[in-house]
Design a protein around this ligand. Structure first.
Ligand code: SIN
Length: 474
């Protein structure tokens, strides 16, 4: 099916040949989208700019009502949205349904939060002055979203932006634009005025280039690689465009000798294998203390062998394909390089012979920091496990990376847990919890994992300007 982009309340195409969207589970084409560029991005930005003056003047209650309607529509259409996600990026269907519900939580939470954008009154130092802080929406927002969560990363970005009074231009990933366009149908059904939400598909360099060059765009929010994030930082200098960057991660998952091992295994499964290991927050480096190392590896591998790999539309399937050939090659290379350097494959370790980009869920043990898998994000269903001795070593290894997005710690000892977490340079820590993400909590990283937060109060603040007003009284 041919899809169209959405600019200023209209479905539009582009002149260049369309972009085909391919199902990574079988290599079949599932649809195509227009190959938009600079011109389309400019039209969308101008439409968003025009819409801003009326959208930002609505009451918070009015904006909240639009978001509430959108939340209801996402929930009503969760099956349809999930099918599109599964088709275009290979997420197993039960996880796609989970993502649709997760996506709705951002819309619901920010619909409520729209009514709680408070300013401040500051005690004045003079009797004839009143001092106030007002909050204002930043203006037009460019939202650049990734393929691994084709819906939730859109709502996590645009729900707070819309609640704050901003208007948006979304650039979905080339690999997963169809979910975004299905979502746009719901935005229209919810009755959002034209130009408030626009979606432009096509060339990243041209569309994002226009977002960074056009002075009407006051904020860009991006989820993707650290490499691209650094380019955006450079480009943001031109118009001093505000940025929120959710970049790469390389999450340590620490299991101490007093941990509940069964719990740690279950949470390692959730953290590592959700979305076939293609999440920015997934456990990438599992560090286990020597006393429980063998027991953990054995139980973990036994559980990994039970993961169901296969037809992405089968509700019992846990593991789907990787997004594309290069994703698969990276995973295979990481395993091969680790094995050449002395790691042992406990289970998996091979590409699967089926059609599509499938790799067997894999556990490798006896890894060390010299291996690429322990230094770079793998983005696939491979869990490397390293033996460690002390708490100090756990902290040093965990922090020995340019990344600082998510970290996980498993210990039953409260004092030990607090001491370790205080030393972890990570924006998110799951303590006895492999799935900390939630709409009401701040999500984002330290160091080269980016800056700014999405979700929670911080996620709304990212789309607000602070205006200090000093009022002289006569
Ligand atoms: C991500 O991988 O970027 C998002 C994961 C999440 O929201 O838990």
């Amino acid at each position: 099916m041919d899809y169209l982009m959405h600019i200023n309340g209209e479905d539009v195409g582009a002149e260049l040949p369309k972009i085909d969207v391919i199902n990574p589970a079988n290599g079949e084409k599932v649809g195509s989208v227009p190959n938009g560029g600079k011109a389309e991005a400019k039209r969308a930005i101008e439409a968003a700019h025009t819409a801003f003056s009326s959208w930002s003047r609505l009451t918070a209650y009015e904006r909240s009502n639009y978001l509430k309607k959108l939340n209801d529509l996402i929930l009503e259409n969760q099956e349809e949205l999930a099918k599109t996600m599964t088709l275009e990026m290979g997420k197993p269907i039960s996880q796609s349904i989970g993502e649709a519900v997760y996506a709705a939580t951002f819309v619901e939470w920010y619909a409520e939060e729209a009514k709680r954008i408070y300013g401040e009154t500051i005690p004045s130092h003079m009797t004839n002055k009143r001092m106030q802080v007002w909050k204002k929406p930043v203006g037009v927002v460019g939202a650049i979203t990734p393929w691994n969560f084709p819906l939730a990363m859109i709502t996590r970005k645009i729900a707070p932006a819309l609640a704050a009074g901003c208007t948006v231009v979304v650039k979905p990933s080339r690999e997963s634009p169809l979910t975004a366009l299905k979502f746009m149908e719901l935005v229209n059904e919810a009755g959002f005025p034209k130009g408030v939400v626009n979606i432009v598909t096509g060339s990243s360099s041209q569309i994002v280039g226009e977002m960074m060059e056009n002075p009407l765009v006051r904020k860009v929010t991006f989820t993707g690689s650290t490499e691209v994030g650094k380019l955006l930082i450079e480009q943001s200098a031109k118009n001093v465009t505000k940025l929120s960057l959710e970049l790469g991660g390389h999450a340590p998952f620490i299991v101490l000798d007093d941990a509940n091992i069964d719990l740690a295994v279950e949470h390692a499964i959730i953290s590592k294998f959700r979305n076939t290991g293609q999440t920015c927050v997934c456990a990438n480096r599992i560090f286990v203390q020597e006393k429980v190392y063998d027991a953990f590896v054995e139980k973990f591998a036994e559980r990994v062998r039970k993961l169901n790999v296969g037809d992405t539309f089968d509700k019992s399937v846990d593991i789907g394909p990787l997004i594309n050939e290069s994703g698969l090659e990276k995973v295979a290379h990481h395993v091969q390089e680790a094995v050449e350097k002395g790691a042992q494959v406990v289970t998996g370790g091979n590409r699967l012979a089926s059609k599509g980009f499938y790799y067997a869920p894999t556990v490798i043990r006896d890894v060390d920091p010299s291996m690429e898998i322990m230094r770079e994000e793998t983005f696939g269903p491979v869990a490397p496990v390293q033996k460690i001795k002390t708490d100090e070593e756990a902290v040093a290894l965990a922090n020995d990376t340019p990344y600082g997005l998510a970290a996980y710690l498993f210990t039953e000892n409260v004092a030990r847990g607090i001491r370790i977490i205080e030393q972890l340079d990570y924006g998110i820590v799951g303590w006895n919890d492999g799935l900390p993400s939630a709409a009401q909590a701040p999500f984002g990283g330290m160091k080269e994992s980016g800056y700014g937060r999405e979700g929670g109060r911080e996620g709304m603040e990212a789309f607000l300007e602070t205006q200090y007003v000093s009022i002289g009284l006569s």
